[in-house]
Design a protein around this ligand. Structure first.
Ligand code: GAR
Length: 194
């Protein structure tokens, strides 16, 4: 579990692969009064990830790691996280699966946001599958990361009602908006429960 932080903010690293809209919302959150996190390091497996440019603009250190050999990438990342004394990792649209060993090293300190009401619709193409199955509701979940994909303890969820004839793109957009609200709330909850 995350150790008591007292008045100190959690040194946070955000892992991204693409757009980084959740990263943006977390950066915004980190700058609000009384926020429990300080984002000091943004990591990506993709040097073209839009979120990297945004982070640089906000003077946050960024680094890209090649995942051709994921075990080597993880060793490098672990070393860099330790050096910076990172004590919270937020996965935000990070599309690589971290190894058991990596997760063990940061046990209880890695959280993820997923665009479904877990435990339903783990993995990819969630919105397409939700629509195909004619679900009435979908949503998003923030959870602790364990060694099984999208399976750790749920911290918070937000339910979203599907609209008539809604396509996956529109649903994804509506859920993403909710993600931007849910992720900061879930971090507050996690930290207040320490
Ligand atoms: C978000 O919808 C996030 O929940 C999802 O990727 C999107 C990233 O958007 N994550 C996963 O599917 C992880 N399994 P963003 O880059 O704009 O934050």
């Amino acid at each position: 579990m995350i150790k008591s932080i007292g008045p100190k903010k959690l040194k946070t690293s955000v892992f991204i692969s693409g757009n980084g809209s959740n990263l943006k919302s977390l950066i915004r959150f980190s700058k609000t009064k009384g926020s429990p996190i300080n984002i000091i390091f943004v990591i990506s497996n993709n040097k073209k990830a839009k979120g990297l440019f945004f982070s640089k603009k906000k003077n946050i250190e960024t680094k890209t790691y090649s995942f051709k050999k994921s075990n080597i990438a993880e060793i490098r990342i672990l070393k860099d996280l330790r050096k910076r004394r990172v004590n919270l990792i937020c996965l935000a649209g990070f599309m690589k699966i971290l190894s058991k060993n990596f997760i063990k090293r940061f046990k209880g300190k890695i959280i993820n946001i997923h665009p479904s009401l877990l435990p339903k619709y783990k993995g990819l193409n969630t919105h397409e599958r939700v629509i195909y199955n004619k679900e009435k509701y979908s949503g998003c979940t923030v959870h602790l990361v364990n060694s099984k994909l999208d399976s750790g303890k749920i911290i918070m969820q937000k339910k979203v009602k599907l609209r008539k004839n809604e396509n996956s793109k529109k649903l994804a957009k509506r859920i993403l908006k909710e993600e931007h609200i849910l992720y900061p709330k879930a971090i507050r909850k996690l930290v207040s429960n320490l």
